[in-house]
Design a protein around this ligand. Structure first.
Ligand code: HEC
Length: 181
């Protein structure tokens, strides 16, 4: 009895998740990715505010913000640009099609940075620690690590604030190349 009630629900879930990316009409895909981008901007601002005023730091809220970005980056982000690249409602540049690998790599970088920030929030459950802050004179971006810190161990060894700036650079780099002004 229970099973027969559950089955249709399960079927529905399967259909819904199949639609998550490929089944979306271009118009829905554009709306979805723009909504996701806005949510990521809000999340990034939440984190920026906490670095600006460390007393306002909340591990749970910081983690939530990082998770918001992690869940909307990587394959999810890349998948939402599978179509709708030449649409007046979208500011996505058609170059995304020709430079798919580069675009996807930026989406993955974003996911890696957001994941590292999520981990930092878990590790720093109390107040914001000095270990999360950038050290004075620390090279930002460039430096020996560059903007592509692919290695998780390397990522966890640099302060969260630095990772945060690398993450913002990823937003900026992608927009400069793939978003219309
Ligand atoms: C891999 C590329 C890429 C990355 C990384 C990326 N974006 Fe975007 N973003 C785009 C593109 C392309 C658009 C235009 C989308 C459209 O109009 O269809 C966009 C649009 C936006 C918009 C405008 C949404 C709207 O229509 O109102 C905001 C805000 C935004 N991004 C914020 C961010 C933030 C914050 C980050 C980093 C945390 C980020 N993006 C990371 C590619 C990217």
């Amino acid at each position: 009895m229970i099973q027969s009630k559950l089955l249709p629900v399960t079927g529905l879930l399967v259909i819904t998740s199949a639609c998550a990316s490929f089944g979306l009409a271009a118009e829905d895909m554009i709306a979805r990715r723009q909504t996701d981008m806005k949510a990521m901007a809000v999340a990034a601002k939440t984190m920026a505010d906490m670095f600006r005023d460390p007393a306002s730091y909340s591990s749970a809220q910081f983690r939530n913000a990082a998770a918001t970005i992690a869940a909307r980056s990587g394959d999810v982000l890349a998948g939402h640009f599978a179509s709708g690249l030449d649409d007046p409602k979208s500011k996505a540049k058609p170059e995304i099609g020709a430079e798919r690998e580069r675009f996807d790599r930026l989406a993955d970088d974003l996911r890696d940075y957001a994941g590292a920030l999520e981990a930092a929030a878990v590790e720093n459950a109390g107040p914001m620690t000095d270990g999360m802050r950038m050290r004075p004179g620390e090279a930002m971006g460039g430096g020996p690590l560059g903007t592509h810190v692919r290695n998780e161990a390397a990522l966890s060894s640099i302060p969260a604030e630095h990772v945060f700036h690398l993450m913002l650079q990823t937003c900026t780099t992608c927009h400069a190349r793939f978003r219309m002004r």
